[in-house]
Design a protein around this ligand. Structure first.
Ligand code: ADP
Length: 479
């Protein structure tokens, strides 16, 4: 059994949980510890005790440890990518790429650790100097979802450690394998005991204990809107610092002047790759009338050619949905779309393969309207809808008609519309002729409205969340 890492020791949990392959439910990836509230509190205490040592260890020690973690992730990307795809269900190429991304993120923050700066300014008062410096926040709770089992933990843990915080990491229940592998690498990187703790277990137990513990100074979370809201309300009582990344209902606008090949490629990659299980996935194609029929038919043809199957089969384009509950939710939305009067052009059926898994053919609805539930609610699967519009102005209005605002794309060859869209679409990220999903790691990630709360993740902007600013006034002499 794989254990939790608490205060530098591997500890069995109060219970354990089987990790099952969604491509083949007869394949058990492993048995993983499940902590109770008491074990979670022990991990938080360990993180508190270790925080000062880490803060005072200096930027070179922190940078060296992060660089070492990044090196090992990159060296083992095929092995760990295989594990990731086996437990989460994204295809092998995506699993390997995700591990490589995690490695790059650790390397990036290894460099950022030694770059942390401050300011020295003259005071408005004579003989006084002012310094502005950054300090770690303290103990950071990291709570992550199942859809990026190693990249999301990496982009929260790496900056937390780089800036001198200690960490209590609670991964999603469905993907403990990647989390454990990452914890093992971090444990062997030379960081002091207790600086990094892995606590696998239920959100309602481990996550809740972290959320309500005053010793946890900040929580960086990615997951559902409901859980994010709950964390926010619980955190508010303690003035806890929170960074919440939640849902999306990301639009991809396709104008009449778009290059059709580019538009179809953006639609497939953005909406269906990674089985559509990305918060940045396109789920609304907002298509101008002049290109609408051609776009829908070309996209449907391309979708029919995609092979859905076992994530580790090299011929597979789309792996399984992550579990039975998610499959049922996707199928329910296919039913909802039909009942609302949208046209199911292709897909939406569960598929039998040689192994028992949660396979669903990629679904495309046409003739959807912006008020339909399939056009408003996050489905989180390979299900998307096309909404016809007359003009660019109508497309923009429909794109903005959402409670979410994470990523928004447009396919056009017009500089005028591309520029206008970038300026006026209400989202944290905007894409022109590139898919809504798929981002760089050295620039900020995050959204507006119900998609995100708190300061941005990733790149140099991550420093805002993982540090607090101190202003010091010094009067060293008087004449
Ligand atoms: P998803 O649908 O992506 O799984 P969730 O919000 O349910 O979204 O889960 C995201 C993460 O939040 C997971 O690690 C989960 O275990 C954790 N979580 C779930 N419920 C709570 C809670 N009440 N408090 C803290 N964390 C929670």
């Amino acid at each position: 059994m794989k254990c939790n890492l608490i205060g530098g020791e591997w500890c069995a949990g109060a219970t354990s949980r089987r990790n099952v392959n969604p491509s083949d439910t007869d394949d058990v990836v492993g048995e993983y510890a499940h902590a109770d509230a008491e074990q979670t509190r022990t991990a938080i205490d360990a993180a508190c005790d270790a925080q000062r040592t880490w803060r005072d260890s200096g930027i070179q020690a922190r940078s060296t440890a992060l660089d070492c973690i990044g090196t090992e992730l990159l060296a083992r990307q095929t092995e760990l990518g295989t594990l990731l795809s086996r437990e989460e269900g994204k295809i092998l190429a995506e699993g390997v790429a995700e591990v490589a991304r995690a490695g790059q993120i650790f390397k990036f923050f290894a460099a950022e650790a030694v770059r942390t700066g401050g300011e020295k300014l003259p005071s408005v008062r004579p003989f006084v100097d002012v310094e502005v410096t950054r300090e770690p926040v303290g103990v950071v709770g990291v709570i992550t979802p199942w859809n990026f089992p190693i990249a999301i933990p990496a982009w929260k843990i790496a900056p937390a450690l780089a800036y001198g915080n200690s960490v209590v990491f609670k991964p999603a229940d469905l993907v403990p394998g990647s989390a454990w592998a990452l914890a093992d690498i971090i444990h062997r990187s030379g960081i002091p005991r207790g600086v990094f703790n892995l606590v696998m277990g239920r959100g309602s137990v481990v996550g809740e204990t972290m959320a309500t513990s005053p010793e946890v100074n900040a929580i960086s979370f990615t997951g559902s809107v409901e859980t994010g809201q709950r964390l926010l309300l619980q955190g508010a009582r303690q003035f806890k610092r929170l960074q919440l990344e939640m849902g999306g209902k990301n639009p991809l606008v396709i104008l009449d002047d778009a290059d059709l090949d580019v538009a179809v490629d953006c639609a497939i990659q953005g909406a269906y790759y990674s089985t559509g299980q990305r918060c940045t996935a396109s789920s609304r194609f907002i298509v101008q009338k002049g290109i609408y029929v051609r776009f829908v038919s070309r996209l449907a043809d391309a979708l029919e050619r995609l092979r859905v199957g076992h994530a580790l089969d090299p011929d597979t384009h789309i792996g399984p949905v992550v579990d039975d509950a998610q499959l049922k939710q996707d199928e329910a939305y296919v039913g909802i779309g039909r009942n609302e009067g949208a046209t199911l052009v292709c897909g939406g059926a569960s598929l039998d393969r040689s192994t028992r898994g949660y396979f669903l053919s990629p679904a495309l609805f046409a003739d959807a309207s912006p008020k339909m539930r399939i056009a408003r609610e996050e489905i989180f699967g390979p299900v998307a809808c096309a909404i016809p519009v007359e003009t660019y102005e109508e497309a923009l209005a429909v794109a903005n008609d959402s409670e979410f605002g994470l990523s928004a794309g447009i396919c056009t060859t017009s500089l005028k519309y591309a520029t206008h869209f970038k300026r006026h679409v209400r989202s944290g990220m905007t894409m022109v002729n590139v898919p809504t999903a798929g981002v760089d790691y050295h620039v900020p990630f995050g959204g507006t409205k119900s998609s995100s709360y708190g300061s941005r993740e990733q790149g140099t902007y991550a420093v805002e969340f993982f540090t607090t600013v101190k202003t010091s006034y010094t009067k060293a002499y008087y004449e």
